[in-house]
Design a protein around this ligand. Structure first.
Ligand SMILES: *Cc1c(COP(=O)(O)O)cnc(C)c1O
Length: 388
């Protein structure tokens, strides 16, 4: 039996683009008219605007969030023989960035309640070669800035934020991207701020890092045709920058829409907590920007995560899993030498998490339908148990 109809999609980008379509078209037309497609004026304008709104001075647009990490680490003078701490349960791009920078990734486990990096675990893997920590502000929630700064100070480390899921998130008075030495963001279309294609940015308070990043994204050129280091070609297109600049003023409203939706999910799901369906915890109040709304389906819940997901799909409700395989168990990275069991929290979460529909424009009624579908699945499962 196949169900192709989608009643509630996982994301719906049309809802954010449709109301500003004329504006976006005008911005794109202006770039077309100016013909200034690569490293254009609008790119500079967007870079400064995004850096400033995130609380720092410099921004350098690149082709993707992955490049912002890989080149950004290099711009921070991180390379071979440097050990970099990062969580095992991040999107694989964080790890790829570290490896591409030529550094040695050192993975650590996460806290089960928030899925954020466990700093106590991080403290246990420090060596004299540890150079930096990459906190990943997963699902839109920042890793505690005060704890991070304290940790980095104690161990003399640099902080490089992976803020790809946390545009404009705040916690303890800090804004995502402004805690450490530098931060990487992604503008993949479904991120909180998305381009009409791929894009990313590295932001920093440090003029030297920004200068080096400008060279690295542009073939390592210090000035035209003089190449002082091994760079690459990774620029944010002027066209994408123009679109992002138009969308930027709406970002904080979109984030608060996400927060309201999350609040409603929290409220409506509260009755399922005793049954073992629990939202990931929010420890940052309204500073959480809910790139994703993630629940845990506990092992003792009486329903398998897979059957819950299947039944929701059958009911026309799309869900996701972010992410089903932790980095240390990815086939491409067996050479790092990690084993199943190395990061029990990350592994357990990978088997339990489910991301529910979340996007600006998701209605009150739709959230109710999503929760009703979860309750329906659990009830059906319970009946099946009784018949056995
Ligand atoms: C999306 C994402 C990236 C990579 O960004 P791309 O633009 O897709 O290359 C890196 N880290 C995290 C946590 C992400 O969610």
């Amino acid at each position: 039996m196949s169900h192709n109809f989608v009643q509630i999609p996982f994301v719906n980008l049309n809802l954010q683009h449709q109301p500003i379509q004329a504006q976006l078209q005008q911005a794109m037309q202006a770039v077309l008219d100016a013909g200034d497609f690569v490293l254009g004026e609008t790119l500079k304008e967007f870079e400064t605007a995004f850096a400033n709104i995130s609380g720092v001075e410099y921004g350098v647009g690149v082709a993707s969030g992955t490049d912002a990490i890989a080149l950004g680490l290099q711009a921070c003078n991180i390379g071979s023989s440097d050990e970099i701490i990062l969580p095992a349960n991040t999107f694989v791009a964080t790890l790829i960035g570290v490896l591409r920078a030529g550094a040695k990734p050192v993975l650590v486990d996460c806290e089960p309640e928030t899925a954020l990096i466990d700093l106590a675990a991080a403290a246990r893997v420090i060596t004299p070669n540890t150079k930096a920590i990459i906190p990943v502000h997963l699902y839109g929630q920042m890793v505690s800035p005060t704890k991070l700064l304290d940790f980095a100070h104690t161990h003399n480390l640099l902080i490089f934020e992976d803020a790809a899921q946390a545009h404009l998130a705040t916690r303890e008075g800090y804004r995502a991207g402004s805690i450490g030495t530098a931060a990487a963001f992604s503008f993949y279309p479904s991120k909180n701020l998305g381009a009409l294609g791929d894009g990313g940015i590295l932001i920093t308070k440090d003029a030297n890092i920004a200068q080096k990043m400008l060279r690295l994204r542009n073939y390592g050129a210090s000035y035209k045709y003089c190449h002082t280091e091994l760079g690459t070609n990774s620029r944010l297109d002027t066209l994408q920058a123009a679109v992002l600049l138009e969308k930027l003023p709406y970002l904080s409203q979109w984030n608060s829409d996400r927060y309201q939706i999350a609040q409603q999910y929290d409220l409506e799901l509260a009755c399922l907590e005793l049954l073992g369906i629990k939202p990931m915890q929010n420890h940052s109040g309204s500073g959480h920007v809910y790139h994703l709304y993630v629940i845990r389906v506990d092992d003792n819940c009486g329903i398998q995560r897979s059957s819950l997901q299947e039944q929701m799909t059958a009911a026309g409700i799309q869900t996701g899993i972010h992410y089903p395989i932790p980095c240390h168990l990815q086939p491409a990275f067996t050479n790092l030498g990690y084993q199943p069991g190395d990061f029990p929290h990350a592994e357990q979460l990978a088997g339990q998490i489910l991301s529910l529909p979340m996007y600006p424009g998701l209605t009150h009624h739709q959230v109710k339908e999503v929760v009703a579908a979860i309750i329906h699945s659990i009830n059906t499962q319970k009946q099946n148990l009784l018949y056995i």
